[in-house]
Design a protein around this ligand. Structure first.
Ligand code: ATP
Ligand code: MG
Length: 1086
């Protein structure tokens, strides 16, 4: 409830004081890194910068002028519609939200949006009294509230007989699911309970009777998250509960069931919905709820197997394990929680959550919705089977083949799922696969088998969830052609994480479409309407067209979108995540042919710097996606051996989950189908195989088609801070969300246009009463009549525009007119009431007078009778009377009465028959609608497939050409091969001879080696001899040298002797010659 308002005079004085203070200075908002924006006033300014004194602390900052935002005067503080602010800038928007949030007002309008900030505490905002406060009131008569949105949807639906939708988005933990519950609470409280108790929903036995008693209450829960919350909620709605019919209670009770199976504790939210949902509540003409239907999107089934250590698995696992009684024994769950592999690696308990209480509430809800004991058991059978699958121990042999050391765990699984153990273990450890045309047994590695078990657990959970929702729909859905619905969409909002996966792409793609839906609703339709109506309107391109990004993701035309490209790669042999990424790159950022026009989606696509993936520019910012594991995620493959085993389970529920797979492999050899008869149940394969992307695209297309046929209402939920603390607003965080939500953009557009409009007829019908005598009697053109009326109403010409079929108003004008009209009607009706009272008082008076006359007549007659009673003639007359004709008339009358009775009974019977036939007609029509939807989906798929087929054909032609070329190459290669073979043969022969030669050589070698050894020995001997010879030789040489020396000495001696001899000879010759001369002389002398 809004904070109590102070008395008007004190409020006025306070406002005047604030205004005076405000007027003294030039107030501005200064951007601040930590707090987003801070208040301050301009101390000095020049052309480009200003000196600002900050209001808190008096610090002085120099800030460029463009960064400053103007502050709204205090009278705009806490305005209920942000669009009413004079200065509409980010700082003022957040400031207003922060002020309101601080005073407990968590809801604020923003043009078409209702912004809801998570209070993280229980405010007394949802009591019966508040519901009646919003009942039959216009939006501006009460503070903003989710109930006001629900009321508007309800009123529009009633007045215009048009379906309505309420789109609730926001980050995880922002309060989407809580808001959805509030909408349903409001609608079920205000819907008139004209619905008869339906016999098909009564149930004699309930699981609660075989298990511990469940509490009788059963209104929207999550009580155990906040014990106090339950208290407030159940108190607040306790009054309504007693009044609610069975169908309304069933609709409310569908929620705890969905939450147990689809919600889990995450780091951001203790009760986070791990799936999206669209709940349609149908109403009949008399305003009673006539049925409901739930569609679900993108269940995060991987959570069953893995999750971060600080998070939990789906609630139902813990609830089942905390339950008492015999159920756990029947499901063979005899271990404590921490002995289950799928539960013990992450968080097990959450503060404030009591799994036991939630279990009781779940059973109670299942009972109310009409699940029989057997149906409930089937649901828990799957949950238990998954826990047992997690505990199956698989090891690898030395050669890396998988084996199961202890089959007892698998036996438990098989017992619960009703399948033969031998088939199951074979399918896990050694499945038969088709290799070409042959079925062969393939040994799996330990890891492969474990992966197989994980994907089995995931699909079991998803299929069971799907069956659960279908079952709830069967209980709630009562289609009728005359009913209209209000749909509530609770789906994860746009988010950007550090690592964005395939799942995130699908969520962001969904939000891109929803944002486009909003833009289309708000902006494009506005433009079209203004131009159609011939109203001047400055066409501004707000760059809101999101089609290029959507094309980039989903297109299947010439430019293949990312999802189609992924689908295509999924059927290509040898494709990997890398080939997929490269293909996307080449399509969206590769080179263009000269003649080719670039697709606008190319501007939304960029390559990342480091990782394998791509960057998409979404409406809320750039997001980098990593493409690891996308092919596998998109194919979501299931081992055919396993699905076939499960499809022929002896448990009908398990078999029904896999019935689509029954007989897909009917042509498997009989040897492999021992144990169950493949041919017995000739399968009908329902629908073609779809990838995850295709399925989501189809679901989204159906959702969008439904939304487009409704009048939408938009709710945006905001997380105020990351600590889940009440009262704190982290401004940068909130601004980020407002941008992602499209709220900021919406505000701007809303203020520029004329948001309220009425067709001339309606306007005239509604407001002519306020201008009596302005329109002359007889025919008058609607447009002219409207112009006359607005002139007579004395409206400022800037506040409205007159089109060709409608009249347009600025925001708030119609509210004024309504108020004036209300006052007038009050006056008219007071007078009418006075006349009516006068009339009824007169009638009363007349009655009294007539009664007096009658009494007098009776008195007179009584007196006459008293006189006649004793008169003998009268006595005679009374005796004769029965014989008169009058008595015959009496009898006639009695007979006619009986006939009338009969005719009435016949008419009633006819009426009943007609009703039942009408019911049949409705069901048939609903079926027809469903089939048409399916047909549409199939058609869309067929178109997709056609496009893919065309592309495949083209590719096939190319491949065929390649094959021809390859054939030619093959021929060449063949001849080369022949030659090579020939050569090989020669070589072989040569090799043989060489081998023989080699053998001989080897023998020779051995011989030679023997000889070598002998030679070595001889060599050693000889070298010994050589050594001795060498030493003797040295001796001899020495002797030789000595002899040589002696010889030389002797020679020298000889030569000396010779010389001496020669000298003696010479001397003797000289002597001789001397003597001869002397002799001659003497002779002569003589
Ligand atoms: N109006 C409210 N009043 C009180 N508490 C609220 C309200 N809205 C949200 N909360 C609190 O915030 C928690 C998270 O809200 P909710 O589960 O609705 O978030 P969500 O947007 O659905 O998140 P998710 O995407 O993870 O499912 C609730 O469990 C509750 O404690
Ligand atoms: Mg939720």
């Amino acid at each position: 409830m809004p904070a109590p308002r102070p008395s008007q005079s004190t409020e006025a004085t306070r406002a005047a004081a604030l205004q005076a203070e405000f007027n003294e200075k030039k107030w501005v908002w200064v951007p601040d890194e930590k707090d987003g924006y801070l208040a301050g006033w301009v101390h000095q300014e020049d052309d480009e910068t200003a000196e600002i004194i900050m209001s808190s602390g008096g610090e002085i900052r120099r800030v460029p002028l463009y960064a400053l935002s103007k502050m709204n005067p205090p009278k705009f503080d806490r305005v209920e519609d942000i669009a009413d602010l004079t200065f509409l800038n980010e700082a003022s928007v957040v400031h207003n939200l922060r002020l309101r949030y601080g005073s407990g007002a968590i809801y604020t309008y923003s043009g078409l949006f209702l912004v809801a900030i998570n209070p993280y505490q229980n405010l007394p905002l949802y009591t019966d009294a508040i519901i009646s406060q919003y009942r039959s009131k216009r939006r501006d008569e009460n503070p903003p509230h989710i109930f006001a949105v629900a009321e508007r949807a309800w009123v529009n639906m009633g007045e215009e007989r048009e379906n309505q939708s309420i789109l609730i988005t926001g980050e995880s933990g922002a309060g989407k699911t809580e808001s959805t519950k509030k909408v349903i609470q409001y609608l079920s409280a205000i819907a008139t309970d004209a619905h008869p108790r339906h016999p098909s929903h009564s149930h004699s036995a309930s699981m609660a009777s075989s298990f511990p008693a469940s509490p009788p209450s059963g209104l929207p829960r999550r009580g155990s998250f906040h014990a106090k919350a339950t208290h407030v909620t159940s108190n607040s709605t306790g009054g309504a509960k007693g009044r609610l019919g069975l169908l309304e209670r069933q609709i409310l009770q569908a929620n705890p069931i969905l939450e147990a199976f689809g919600n889990a504790q995450t780091q951001r939210n203790n009760n986070s919905s791990r799936f999206g949902k669209f709940i349609r509540i149908s109403f009949s003409l008399d305003g009673s709820i006539s049925g409901a239907n739930i569609d679900w999107y993108l269940l995060e089934k991987s959570r069953v197997v893995v999750r971060s250590a600080a998070e939990r698995n789906f609630h139902v696992f813990y609830q089942l394990l905390s339950s008492g009684g015999s159920l756990k024994d029947t499901l063979l769950l005899d271990r404590p929680l921490d002995e289950y592999e799928f539960l013990n690696r992450s968080r097990r308990e959450v503060d404030g959550v009591n799994d036991r209480e939630d279990w009781d509430a779940l059973i109670n809800a299942l009972d109310i919705v009409g699940f029989t004991v057997a149906e409930q058991f089937d649901l828990f059978r799957i949950v238990a089977a998954i826990l047992h699958i997690g505990n199956i121990d698989i090891r690898s042999t030395k050669s890396d083949d998988a084996f199961m050391p202890d089959p007892s765990q698998a036996e438990r699984v098989c017992h619960l799922l009703g399948i033969p153990i031998a088939e199951f273990t074979r399918a896990i450890l050694r499945p038969r696969v088709l290799a070409g045309r042959e079925w062969v047994t393939q040994a799996r590695t330990g890891q492969q088998s474990l992966d197989e078990l994980a994907s089995l657990s995931k699909s079991l959970y998803e299929k069971s969830f799907s069956a659960l929702v279908e079952r709830i729909n069967r209980a709630l859905d009562r289609p009728s052609s005359k009913s209209t619905f209000i749909g509530v969409l609770d789906i994860a909002g746009f988010e950007i994480f550090e690592i964005n996966t395939y799942e995130q792409l699908l969520i962001n793609y969904t939000n891109e479409k929803l944002q486009q839906f909003f833009n289309h609703h708000m902006f494009v339709l506005e433009q079209e309407e203004y131009s159609r109506e011939g109203i001047e309107w400055d066409y501004v391109n707000f760059k809101l067209d999101l089609q290029p990004t959507i094309d980039l993701i989903e297109s299947s035309g010439n430019a293949i979108g990312i999802l189609s490209c992924l689908d295509e790669e999924c059927i290509m042999p040898k494709a990997t995540d890398l080939t997929f990424t490269e293909k996307v790159h080449s399509i969206w950022s590769g080179d263009l042919r000269a003649t080719e026009q670039p697709h606008p989606g190319r501007t939304k696509y960029t390559l990342p710097k480091f990782e394998q993936g791509f960057i998409i520019t979404h409406y809320a910012g750039k997001v980098e996606y990593r493409t690891d594991g996308w092919l596998e995620k998109n194919k979501d493959p299931l081992n055919d051996n396993l699905t076939r085993v499960l499809a022929s389970s002896s448990e009908p529920y398990v078999a029904s989950l896999f019935q689509d797979f029954a007989g897909v492999f009917a042509d498997m050899p009989p040897s492999s189908s021992a144990g169950f008869s493949a041919g017995k149940r000739r399968p009908i394969k329902r629908g073609a195989f779809r990838t995850v992307g295709q399925r989501h695209k189809e679901q989204l297309a159906l959702l969008m088609a439904q939304l487009q046929a409704t009048q939408p209402h938009f709710v945006r939920c905001i997380v105020p801070n990351v600590n889940k603390k009440p009262g704190r607003v982290d401004v940068p965080l909130v601004l980020d969300q407002l941008r992602c939500n499209g709220v900021l953009e919406g505000i701007r557009i809303a203020r520029l246009g004329y948001p309220n409009r009425l067709p001339f007829v309606e306007f005239r019908q509604r407001y002519e009463i306020m201008t009596p005598g302005v329109i002359p009697r007889g025919y008058m053109d609607g447009r002219k009549a409207c112009i006359r009326i607005v002139e007579a109403l004395d409206l400022d010409t800037e506040l409205f525009r007159v089109g060709t079929s409608k009249i347009f108003f600025k925001a708030g004008v119609l509210a004024d007119l309504e108020e004036r009209r209300d006052a007038l009607l009050f006056d008219v009706f007071s007078r009418l009431q006075a006349v009516a009272r006068k009339f009824s008082a007169r009638r009363q008076m007349k009655k009294v007078l007539n009664r007096a006359v009658a009494i007098r007549t009776i008195q007179r007659n009584a007196r006459v009778y008293g006189e006649l009673r004793d008169w003998p003639w009268w006595q005679l007359y009374t005796k004769v009377r029965p014989l008169l004709a009058a008595t015959r008339n009496d009898e006639e009358l009695r007979r006619k009465d009986i006939e009338l009775q009969l005719a009435k009974e016949r008419a009633e019977r006819d009426q009943r028959e007609r009703e039942s036939l009408e019911n049949v007609k409705m069901t048939l029509q609903a079926e027809k609608r469903k089939i048409i939807d399916e047909l549409e989906a199939e058609r869309a798929l067929a178109l997709d497939k056609d496009a893919m087929l065309d592309r495949s054909k083209k590719r096939e032609a190319e491949l065929e050409e390649e094959i021809v070329a390859l054939h030619a190459d093959l021929d060449v290669l063949d001849s080369q091969l022949d030659r090579a073979l020939h050569l090989q043969k020669d070589a072989d022969e040569k090799h043989e001879t060489l081998r023989v030669a080699f053998d001989q050589a080897a023998e020779h070698l051995v011989r030679m080696e023997g000889q070598q050894n002998e030679w070595r020995a001889k060599e050693a001997e000889l070298s010994d001899i050589v050594l001795t010879q060498e030493s003797s030789m040295v001796q001899l040489q020495q002797e030789h040298q000595a002899l040589q020396k002696a010889n030389e000495d002797l020679r020298a001696l000889v030569s000396q002797r010779d010389e001496d001899l020669a000298r003696v000879k010479e001397r003797s010759e000289v002597l001789v010659s001397d003597l001869q001369a002397k002799l001659g002389v003497e002779i002569r002398s003589k």
